[in-house]
Write a protein that binds this ligand. Structure first.
Ligand code: C2O
Ligand code: CU
Length: 470
């Protein structure tokens, strides 16, 4: 490799360097990994060679932003500079951290003004797949490309896995010149499914075939970073096992129907054995919106002979993260009713106390924060620090809502009144129309925490509130 080529690659920034570090190393508690992120405008190619470029807003000019990697127990410092023409912040989605690093403008920090720099510093307690994105003007900033993955590695490498792949899923609404279409925050759209786009990218590109080898076992980290699109991935000819939701390990299991369903904000880690035939291709389909089924990508097998017999051992469970276990015998139960939006036949749902006041379309228990939030509004709930509690969500609307709690992971203990045998941990739960979900957790972090729908149009038009832990 020539010197200039090497220099160019080094210039790709800390993420490139991080990728060349050994995956596994002992970590002293004092180690700090430092990254720099600049939110800036940039031009990228989303749709492939020969297709027009797209003007975006992006971290370090890249879509997605650099993949940040730390080991569990390692301290992370991220120096964020705002080179946009408007305020921003960075939220570390799914990371359990002290409230002051949570990245919510006006609530946990002052907005980072254009030209300013803000330093985030925390130690992610949990290994897993997380991500980061702005929490200011979120619909537009996320929708124009500001997002990236944050991977917290297990202290020991996971045995039996040949490759660790990330599929960072984003959804764009492009016009025929490859430009991001305007109209963010369209009221009509906010009352239905939100801003669903027309171009889905994996790791910043409409993907070509993903090359695989027969016999290998992949760990696939999926992140749904779309504004509004829910995906349901089906791997033709393969049997993925889910090994983690939202960064938190679960007993490996085959999802119903082989479909991996992820609402905006949600992640899943999969183990997939490459049991296909060398030289063949297999489709990965997204059929969440049944009438809009499309092929996301192909798994293309190398024609060579299998690298080994496909593993017959079930993947072992990932090591548990240090999550506090809620005590359901004493847990306080809080009902949260999701309200608003359009009904099936048009017309607004009734029963929204503050509906219409700030242009709200959605609400929870009659309360509606809009835009970047109104931190002076009373909290939806106040919970005593250290208490076990259950958030009993009831979706009275005709739409799906991926509900995200900041700073905590919760167990989904029941769905629609029925105990959920898997009781998996998540930070974002997808609640189907007119269904419910009970979420149990220990309120162990003091502060004002956002609780909102991750369909960004819904969040910004009322389905957002603060849960106070004191
Ligand atoms: Cu990923 Cu409040 O968000
Ligand atoms: Cu929603």
């Amino acid at each position: 490799m020539s010197f200039s080529r090497r220099a160019l690659m080094m210039g790709a920034g800390a993420a490139g360097m991080a990728a060349t570090l050994p995956f596994h190393r002992g970590v002293a508690k004092t180690d700090t990994k430092q990254y720099r992120l600049a939110a800036t405008s940039a031009t990228v190619n989303l749709t492939g060679d020969g297709h027009p470029n797209t003007a975006v807003w992006a971290y370090n000019g890249a879509v997605p932003g650099p993949e940040l990697r730390v080991r569990q127990g390692e301290r992370l410092q991220v120096i964020v500079t705002n080179r946009l023409a408007e305020d921003t912040t960075v939220h570390w989605h799914g990371i359990r951290l002290p409230n002051l690093w949570d990245g919510v403008p006006g609530l946990t920090q002052k907005p980072v003004r254009p030209g300013e720099t803000f330093v985030y510093e925390f130690t992610p307690p949990d290994a897993g797949t997380f991500w980061y994105h702005p929490h200011a003007d979120t619909l537009q900033q996320l929708g124009r490309g500001l997002a990236g993955a944050l991977i917290v590695e297990e202290p020991e490498p996971v045995s039996g896995v040949d490759r660790d792949l990330l599929w960072f899923i984003e959804d764009w609404r492009l016009d025929d010149k490859g430009r991001i279409a305007g109209g963010f925050g369209n009221r009509m759209e906010a009352g239905i499914s939100g801003r669903i786009g027309n171009t889905v990218t994996l790791n910043g590109r409409v993907p070509g075939p993903v090359l695989v080898e027969a016999g290998e076992r992949l760990r696939l980290r999926l992140v749904n970073a779309a504004l509004a699109r829910i995906v349901a991935l089906r791997f033709e000819g393969h049997k993925p096992l889910v090994i983690a939701h939202d960064g938190q390990p679960c007993d490996p299991y085959a999802p119903d129907d082989g479909r991996v369903v992820l609402g905006p904000g949600m992640r899943a880690d999969l183990v997939i054995d490459m049991t296909g035939t060398p030289g063949q291709s297999y489709r990965v389909i997204d059929d969440f919106y049944r009438e809009l089924t499309y092929q996301l990508v192909d798994l293309a097998y190398d024609p060579g002979k299998p690298v080994r017999e496909p593993s017959s051992d079930a993947p072992s469970k990932l090591p548990a993260n240090p999550l506090p276990e809620p005590d359901l015998t004493v847990a306080e139960r809080y009902e949260i009713v999701l309200q608003g939006g359009m009904m099936g036949g048009g017309g607004m749902m009734g029963g929204m106390g503050m509906m219409g006041r700030d242009g709200a379309t959605w609400a929870m228990n009659g309360m509606a924060m809009t835009g970047d939030g109104q931190p002076n509004m009373p909290p939806l709930l106040s919970i005593k620090r250290g208490a076990s509690c259950v958030l009993a969500l009831k979706n009275e609307t005709a739409w799906w809502h991926p509900m995200h709690l900041h700073g905590h992971s919760f167990r989904v203990v029941s769905r629609n009144g029925k105990p959920n045998p898997r009781r998996e941990w998540r930070d974002t739960v997808l609640v189907p129309p007119r269904e419910g979900a009970d979420l149990a957790f220990v309120a162990d972090q003091t502060g004002d925490w956002m609780f909102h729908c991750h369909v960004t149009d819904h969040q910004e038009s009322g389905m957002m509130a603060v849960i106070r832990i004191a």
